[in-house]
Design a protein around this ligand. Structure first.
Ligand code: IVH
Length: 682
């Protein structure tokens, strides 16, 4: 037996590769690992050692190839066998309706066409080529005709199968070209940038740039460290898998081991696609990755073929784009705001700009370090972004727009509101005003006290609180409970009736849960969750007054920072006096409900669809959430129950496909809301 023949070693290498491919698939694609990370690492280590000792048995599709191979001088280019076309674009549901009309007309006025609707991923389009089941080449879309070869980089991505999954009934084609989108999740993007900031490296403007930059590394070992992911959405040759529709193709691709976006809607009518678009738009900010619209494809391949393509794009697909969440505008000033904790926040005042339907004229710059890092100057053109419920923020300066008149910003040495000194404690990002009587802090604390999660005093808005503090009528939240009608009546824009209403709202807020009360006090680090933990552990405020930091730390979920903050708060005479005044005003405590985590529907996810029998959907949502459950907009594998009423539509079909339990409103009530049913968890 020569050195290159060692059947035992070869078999072992073969075995390890197969196992590791399968475990990769389970871990990264199915999200359902079968072995521990340590076992996986041991197998990988053995494989790498064997391949190094026996290089003649190395193959380019080995799972060990993900660690990155030697750096390239430059990228080769290739011509795609089938051009990677672009998509026609629309911007609203009317454009979608016109598309449907066009499609039906071209197909000979069919009454109804079925579509797939998919999230339009905002990443980098790529093509992966599999020959005899192994990944042999990956390339970028480039100009659609030629792209760059990035095989070594793409191999480092864990969700890219290096070999296709062999399933008994599936034939692996000799040649399979799939297309999809490589992206970085929002969370990983934030972590990546944080790490880069720590290392003094330039920041990526958005997840798409980060993904593109990571794929364009000549050294694949760098790419291997980037948190890239993939979703596959197409094949270049519709005949190759023996499928006859987009929906079926996606199913087959999934069986072959590709990662397919679970939010894809299959074989849907126009009306369903329209509501899917609305749903998607409504939840886009909550999705873990960025999308910029929806792609709608005629489902049937024979229809696709009949429709054909123009020189640029297929006639069987359209991208409907959402309104952009980032816009360009100019910074006209940078001012400093003082919050209830005394933290000074630099805020960019902007030329007003419409960002996805909301006029934005201010954007936070977070703190001094952020302004420095982004080098935002007064007069700069910038990108601003809206993300979720958070306050708009300045993302990036457009440096090429500068003309030299821009002025840098520096943090003031005194509080802009009260003139007291400001300090920045070592290790903290915030600069703070040290005057506890600073009107900005007083106002901030009272606003927090009256806010929704706290005393929830209706009608007591920010403007009114500003007035009350500015006129020295109140100087703490306890003073709210001693306001009188004649004082309120004489304020600007206030009549006798509104004064009465406010007094009534204040009076009604006095019967409050202990958790809300603690949260309302505005203790640093005590958010709603921590407040609930405290309310569980202590019966009343007197018990908290006398407790020590050590005893707080014994409570599950309370760490030293929170403990120290609470001790500090209750240790201050002024705070104790304020609390006594609150109690004197007649505040009484409602018994707290069990804390989150112990409620009957905790951890369960529901989707509501169709017309329910007795309740409206918002009412049902409230009831489920009140019992600790979650209500989401669309059915996924993670959904526990679909509550279906009359005319349930596509969600019912989706639930059946995914094996999600479907129940009626009556069953919802009898299962979860009748006596003795509280323990009926899944
Ligand atoms: S299908 C001919 N599906 O959109 C049809 N494209 O303009 C080819 N994209 O750069 C594309 N998500 O990267 C398709 N679910 C999806 C997509 C998607 C994002 C991107 C694609 C390409 C662009 C097309």
């Amino acid at each position: 037996m020569t050195d290159s023949e060692n059947p035992e070693i070869e078999r072992r290498i073969e075995f390890l590769r197969k196992e590791l491919h399968a475990h990769n698939h389970r871990y990264f694609v199915l999200d359902d690992p079968m072995i521990s990370d340590a076992e996986y690492d041991r197998m990988m280590k053995e494989l790498i050692e064997l391949e190094e000792a026996w290089p003649q048995f190395s193959t380019p599709d080995s799972p060990s190839a993900r660690v990155g191979s030697s750096p390239l001088e430059k990228f080769d280019t290739i011509t795609h066998t089938v051009p990677m076309m672009s998509l026609d674009k629309g911007f609203n549901t009317n454009d979608l309706i016109s598309f449907d009309q066009r499609v039906r007309k071209l197909l000979g006025n069919e009454t109804e066409v079925l579509y797939t609707a998919e999230p339009k991923m905002d990443g980098v389009a790529v093509e992966l080529v599999y020959e005899n089941g192994g990944l042999t080449m990956a390339s970028t879309r480039g100009d659609g005709v030629t792209g760059e070869v990035i095989t070594a980089n793409v191999k480092t991505i864990q969700t890219v199968p290096l070999r296709l999954q062999e399933q008994n009934h599936l034939l692996i084609p000799d040649l399979l070209e799939v297309r999809g989108e490589i992206f970085i999740s929002k969370e990983n993007f934030a972590l990546l940038n944080k790490e880069r900031a720590n290392q003094g490296l330039s920041l990526f403007a958005n997840p798409r740039n980060a993904a593109a930059g990571s794929l364009r590394q000549l050294d694949s070992a760098i790419t291997a460290q980037r948190p890239l992911e993939i979703y596959i959405y197409n094949i270049s040759d519709p005949d190759v898998l023996g499928t006859d529709s987009q929906a079926e193709t996606l199913q087959t691709l999934k069986q072959l081991g590709f990662r397919i976006n679970p939010l894809i809607l299959s074989k849907a009518r126009l009306s369903e696609v329209i509501s899917y678009f609305r749903d998607l738009d409504a939840k886009r900010l909550e999705l873990p990755y960025e999308i910029d619209g929806m792609v709608v494809k005629v489902d049937g391949f024979s229809d696709q073929q009949l429709l054909g393509a123009t020189s640029r794009s297929p006639r069987w697909a359209i991208a409907i784009k959402f309104k952009a969440l980032q816009e360009r505008t100019r910074v006209v000033d940078i001012q400093v705001q003082v919050g209830r904790t005394g933290a000074l926040t630099p805020v960019a005042h902007l030329e007003p700009v419409n960002v996805a339907g909301v006029m934005v004229s201010r954007a936070t710059l977070h703190n001094e370090d952020e302004v420095k890092k982004k080098d935002v100057r007064i007069g700069d053109m910038v990108f601003v972004q809206r993300a979720g419920d958070v306050i708009p923020e300045v993302v990036k300066v457009i440096v090429s727009c500068r003309n030299g008149t821009e002025r840098p910003f520096s943090m003031p040495f005194v509080c802009p509101v009260c003139g007291a000194s400001v300090v920045r404690i070592k290790g903290e990002a915030a600069t703070r005003c040290i005057n506890i009587n600073c009107p900005a802090q007083i106002k901030g604390n009272i606003k927090h006290f009256a806010s929704k999660g706290a005393f929830d005093i209706e009608g007591l808005g920010d403007k009114l609180i500003d007035q009350l503090v500015d006129k020295n009528i109140i100087s703490s939240y306890a003073d709210l409970f001693f306001l009188t009608k004649d004082v309120l009546e004489n304020l600007e824009r206030m009549g006798s009736k509104s004064a009465e209403n406010i007094l009534l709202a204040i009076e009604n807020s006095k019967h409050i849960s202990f958790a809300r009360f603690l949260y309302a006090l505005g203790i640093r680090h005590v958010g709603e969750h921590i407040a609930r933990i405290f309310a569980e552990a202590f019966d009343d405020i007197e018990a908290i007054f006398v407790a020590t930091a050590e005893s707080f730390e014994l409570i599950d979920g309370i760490g030293p920072t929170v403990a120290a903050s609470i001790v500090d708060f209750f240790g201050q005479k002024k705070n104790r006096a304020t609390i006594r005044r609150l109690l004197e005003s007649g505040i009484t405590f409602k018994k707290d409900k069990t804390i989150k985590g112990d409620e009957p529907l905790t951890g369960m996810t529901f989707v509501l669809t169709g017309k329910l029998e007795t309740m409206t959907r918002p009412q049902a949502k409230k009831m489920i959430e009140g019992a600790g459950g979650r209500v989401v907009g669309s059915v996924s594998k993670k959904t526990d129950y679909l509550v279906a009423g009359e005319s349930p539509g596509s969600k019912l079909a989706q639930a059946r496909r995914l094996g999600v339990k479907v129940i009626s409103e009556a069953e919802l009530i009898s299962e979860f809301f009748m006596q003795n049913s509280g323990d009926k968890k899944k």
